[in-house]
Design a protein around this ligand. Structure first.
Ligand SMILES: *Cc1c(COP(=O)(O)O)cnc(C)c1O
Length: 452
C-alpha cells in the first residue's frame, strides 16, 4: 500500500538519444531564414550554435550516441526515479494506476540540466568561451550556469523581469554557480531598449537580448532551453529511462501527460513512447497540458513565426499566439511562451498529441493535493500536468477502468513558495488575456509561406 519506487543502476543511463524526426508521419516543414524566406542551412546557425548541435538539429538518424563526458555529467543525478503514486490514487479514489518520473532531483531541480550539460559539452569542444541565454522562472538559467561550471565556460543570463522580481533566490543560485544575471528587458541590448515599456518582460524579449549578445561576439554562443530539435532530443533520456523502469514495474501506460512551455520536457517523456506507439501501433494517448493564460496549441494558429519577440531568429513552423504576444504573468513562468517546438506542433496537428488547457488555480489545487499525498511540492509548471492527471483519474473512476497514467513531474516548486503562499491566501486568480491582444499579435505574423 505504500509508494513504490523504480530505480535503475547508474549504468541505466541511456547510451543514445531518441530522434523522433525520421518516425514522424508528417514531419514539420523546414525553418526559414527571416530575410530570404529560404530554408536555413547549417551556416546560418553557426554564429549561435556549435556544429555538433547544428548537426543534431537537422539529423535524420533515429538514435544518436550520447558522448561519455555527457553521460558522466548526467550520472550526477540520473537515472531519476519512476514512482507509483499509490497515496494519490487512494486520495483520488481512482482505479487508475498513476506513475510519474521525478526530474526535481537534478541539481537545478528540473529536467533542464539534461540538455545544458550536452550543450556545454559541444560548445566547449569547439573552443567557445561563453554561453549566453534567457531564463523565465530561472530554472533554465540556473541549469545552464551549473553546466557551464562543470565544463569550464562562462555563463551570462537575461532573466524575464517578473521572475527576476519574484525569484531572488533563483538568481542567487545562478550566481553561486558562477553565472552573471541581468533583468530583462535590460538597457544592455537594443532589443531590450526597444521593449522597455513591457516592464514585466517575457521569454520572447529575453531571447532577443541573448541572441543579440551571442551574435555580436565570435567566442560567445547562445543556448536555448526548449523548442529546438536538439533540446527535445537531449530530454529523451527521461522517456528512455521510463521505458526501462516500466518494464521493471510490469506495466505500460495508456496515457502519457506532460506540461508544455516550449515542449522540451513533454518531448523528453513522450517521444520515446510515441516512437514505440507509432512503430507498434499501440494507440497510446499523449496529452499536452498548457496554461489557460498562454494556450499555444489550443488557441494559436499554425504558421511560420519568429522564436523571439523582436524577430531575430529563423522562422519556425509552429502553433503560435504571435511573437509579440505578452502572456499574463502567471506563476508558471516556464510556460509563458508564444510558440512550441515544431516537432510537437506537427504531432498536435496530426492528432497524435492532444492539447489540454488548465487554469492557474486548478493547477495549484492539484499541486497542493499532490504535496499532501506524495510529499513532493511540484513546480507550478508540472502542476498543470497534474491537473490533467486528476481529470484522467476521474475519467477512469467514471468508466470503471484501471488505465495506466504516466506523467512527468518536470521539477519541484521550492523556489515558487511565494506562489503557494498567494494560493493559500486566496490571492491567486485565473489571469486571462484579451482576444484583442491575441488578434493584434496574430496580425503581425511575418510574411511567409502559409501552412495549412
Ligand atoms: C522550463 C520548465 C518547463 C517548461 O519548459 P518545456 O520546454 O516545455 O519543458 C516545465 N517544467 C519545469 C519545471 C521547467 O523548469
Amino acid at each position: 500500500m505504500t509508494t513504490t519506487k523504480f530505480l535503475l543502476p547508474e549504468s541505466g543511463i541511456p547510451e543514445t538519444w531518441v530522434n523522433l524526426m525520421p518516425d514522424l508521419p508528417s514531419p514539420p516543414p523546414p525553418p526559414l531564414h527571416p530575410g530570404t524566406k529560404q530554408p536555413i542551412g547549417p551556416d546560418d546557425l553557426a554564429p549561435l550554435f556549435p556544429m555538433g548541435l547544428i548537426l543534431q538539429e537537422v539529423s535524420t538518424e533515429p538514435d544518436i550516441p550520447i558522448p561519455d563526458e555527457v553521460r558522466d555529467a548526467l550520472a550526477l543525478w540520473r537515472p531519476t526515479p519512476l514512482i507509483r503514486a499509490r497515496r494519490l490514487e487512494r486520495f483520488l479514489d481512482t482505479p487508475a494506476h498513476i506513475y510519474f518520473r521525478y526530474e526535481g532531483v537534478s541539481p537545478a531541480g528540473s529536467h533542464k540540466p539534461n540538455t545544458t550539460v550536452a550543450q556545454a559539452y559541444y560548445n566547449k569542444q569547439e573552443g567557445i568561451r561563453k554561453l549566453v541565454t534567457e531564463t523565465g522562472a530561472g530554472q533554465w538559467g540556473s541549469s545552464l550556469a551549473i553546466a557551464c561550471q562543470l565544463f569550464g565556460l562562462e555563463c551570462e543570463v537575461f532573466m524575464v523581469g517578473v521572475s527576476y522580481d519574484q525569484k531572488p533566490y533563483r538568481r542567487a543560485m545562478m550566481e553561486t554557480w558562477g553565472g552573471t544575471v541581468h533583468r530583462s528587458p535590460s538597457a544592455l541590448t537594443s532589443a531590450g531598449r526597444s521593449q522597455a515599456e513591457h516592464v514585466s518582460g517575457s521569454l520572447g524579449i529575453a531571447i532577443s537580448e541573448a541572441v543579440e549578445v551571442a551574435a555580436s561576439s565570435p567566442d560567445t554562443h547562445y543556448a536555448l532551453g526548449s523548442v529546438l530539435n536538439h533540446v527535445c532530443l537531449h530530454q529523451t533520456v527521461i522517456g528512455s529511462e521510463a521505458l526501462a523502469q516500466l518494464e521493471l514495474a510490469g506495466e505500460y501506460p495508456d496515457v502519457v501527460i506532460g506540461c508544455v512551455g516550449g515542449g522540451s520536457n513533454f518531448a523528453g517523456i513522450a517521444y520515446p513512447l510515441i516512437r514505440k506507439s507509432l512503430r507498434e501501433g499501440l494507440g497510446t494517448r499523449f496529452l499536452a497540458a498548457e496554461p489557460a493564460a498562454c494556450p499555444t496549441l489550443s488557441r494559436g494558429v499554425y504558421g511560420y513565426d519568429f522564436g523571439d519577440t523582436v524577430g531575430l531568429t529563423p522562422l519556425l513552423p509552429m502553433y503560435t499566439l504571435g511573437h509579440d504576444f505578452v502572456p499574463p504573468p502567471v506563476h508558471a513562468g516556464g510556460l509563458r511562451y508564444h510558440g512550441d517546438a515544431p516537432s510537437l506542433c506537427a504531432l498536435a496537428k496530426s492528432g497524435i498529441v492532444e492539447p489540454r488547457t488548465v487554469a492557474q488555480t486548478a493547477a495549484f489545487a492539484a499541486a497542493v493535493a499532490f504535496a499532501r499525498t506524495e510529499a513532493i511540492v511540484p513546480g507550478p509548471e508540472p502542476a498543470h500536468a497534474l491537473q490533467v492527471v486528476f481529470e484522467e483519474a476521474a475519467a477512469a473512476r467514471e468508466a470503471g477502468d484501471s488505465r495506466v497514467i504516466l506523467f512527468n513531474l518536470s521539477g519541484h516548486g521550492h523556489f515558487d513558495m511565494a506562489a503557494y503562499a498567494a494560493y493559500a491566501a486566496g490571492e491567486l486568480t485565473d489571469l486571462t488575456f484579451s482576444d484583442a491582444d491575441v488578434e493584434a499579435a496574430l496580425a503581425k505574423l511575418p510574411d511567409a509561406p502559409s501552412l495549412t
